[in-house]
Design a protein around this ligand. Sequence first.
Ligand code: IMP
Ligand code: MG
Length: 194
Amino acid sequence: MPTSAPILNKHVERVLVSQQQIADRVKEMADEITANHPDPSEPLVILCVLNGSVVFLADLIRHLPIRMLLGVIGASSYSGKSTVSKGPSIWHRMHSPVDMKDKHVLIVDDILDSGNTLRLVRQTVEEQNPKSVATTVLLRKPDKAPQDVEAEYIGFDIEDAFVVGYGLDYAGEFRNLPHIAVLKPECYADDVGE
Ligand code: IMP
Ligand code: MG
């Protein structure tokens, strides 16, 4: 954690994945995605699940030396100061210039937790009749992730803890931490668990 960020740092209990570990793994994942691109003569449609995956997306795409188009979709399961999922909903379907019909699509999300969000996003994509769909997540909580929701590219398996940083938030904050961290218990004290 940069010493220039004491205001954020004081809330962190422990770092689960360091900035360097993330950087190394994101490069490896990009290499795998590049190697597995079904048809390099066609652009890969990269669909960013807002908001949590924007940091991951920004790093990932700069390691992809392939033709690509970018789309975004908004989905969320948590609201306010809750660390308990309320079930996902799509809140933003951008009228993207990216048509997914007959395209190869890669969904980029931050974390595979209960899997409900990715199930819904994948279903939304499949309704558009893409040629292929794959998913990448930076994190997975394997103790919770259901069998029926697949992610072809997974950065790190982590314990079942509510984490922040590198795009992931608690109550809208901490997305700008450069690593994946668990906050001190008192930070979640206002959690109403709704
Ligand atoms: P789901 O439970 O797999 O549907 O997760 C849905 C979304 O909730 C993820 O894409 C994240 O944006 C968010 N989420 C899940 N677990 C965490 C966490 O530990 N910290 C922050 N956000 C999370
Ligand atoms: Mg998300």
